[in-house]
Write a protein that binds this ligand. Structure first.
Ligand code: MG
Length: 295
């Protein structure tokens, strides 16, 4: 395993959760890695390698990386629902899907009011079982990360799929909605707007969204995926990994030796290992904090 020095640039003395002094490089053979999810029951990490149309599996028990699915319908973001079932945002099929216990695949959402979705990017599941996802156009604007196609919907929005299957649009004023994650008590949903260059903060207490003020501007690069730790700190991917206090202050930058970071997820048996997908690679680092539920 290749190791590289982990450089935390601390901007605020409240940041006291730095961990290892090195980043472990777990994989470096992708084109554009994204969508990591740690599967506790299997002790493995799944992540997408979108332009290569495959999902990879890193085995925590022996460090090996193998192909989990290829082709993979250009899967991007992954998460687990509260039963541990895999939820995937598929840019190729322009849908959000779920793998059932018997291995079959169910379409969670592929349309809104009869119109095909653009290309779902990232998803999170709330404790009521609803699936929340973002729908930018990256999978239909070229053949690189999906299949070039006409956009049917009048923009790039955020949706909530009720456990009944009903798909509701919950935010319609984004340019390019991307990563999303709940605060530990699920009262707040943070959503990245990649083109807008900021993270937004919504009140999500009643199954809909209100508020939506800018929570943080991107320090460098483009915001993509994010996750929240047990203290409510927001860890977001852009040019590097950025850690924000719940009050919006930038606490620290974790420098990553790649041009861009796409996404991250907490994992490991104690949920204190941060997995980072960055350009063609995947890194991990042990931190002195633990991930909140949002997987
Ligand atoms: Mg993304």
């Amino acid at each position: 395993m290749h190791k590289t020095h982990a450089k935390f640039e601390v901007h605020d003395a409240r940041f006291a959760v730095a961990g290892d002094d090195h980043l472990e490089c777990l994989f470096s053979d992708g084109r554009w890695t994204e969508g990591p999810v740690y599967v506790p029951s299997g002790k493995y990490l799944l992540f997408s390698d979108i332009p290569n149309d495959r999902v990879m599996r890193w085995d925590e028990t022996d460090g090996s990386v193998s192909v989990f699915a290829s082709p993979a319908r250009y899967a991007n973001g992954h998460t687990l629902d509260r039963q541990g079932r895999l939820i995937s945002c598929e840019q190729g099929s322009r849908s959000v899907t779920r793998v059932e216990f018997d291995g079959s695949t169910t379409v969670v959402a592929d349309r809104w009011k009869g119109l095909r979705l653009n290309s779902p990017n990232d998803a999170v599941v709330s404790k009521d079982g609803a699936v929340w996802f973002t729908d930018p156009p990256y999978g239909i604007t070229s053949d690189y990360e999906g299949h070039r196609a006409e956009q049917e919907i009048d923009g790039c929005h955020v949706y909530r799929v009720d456990p009944s299957g009903e798909v509701a649009r919950v935010a319609d004023d984004f340019e390019r909605p991307n990563g999303l994650a709940f605060s530990p008590d699920e009262s707040v949903l943070y959503i990245a707007d990649t083109r807008g260059g900021h993270l937004r903060r919504f009140d999500a207490r009643d199954g809909s969204l209100s508020g939506g003020e800018v929570f943080a501007e991107v320090p460098a690069g483009n915001f993509d995926g994010l996750r929240v730790d047990v203290e409510g700190r927001v860890w977001a991917a852009a040019e590097n990994v950025y850690c924000f206090d719940p009050d919006g202050s930038l606490l620290a930058t974790l420098h990553v030796p790649q041009p861009a970071v796409s996404n991250l997820v907490f994992g490991g048996p104690k949920r204190n290992r941060l997995f980072v997908t960055a350009t063609d690679s995947v890194y991990s680092i042990l931190l002195n904090t633990n991930g909140a539920w949002s997987l």
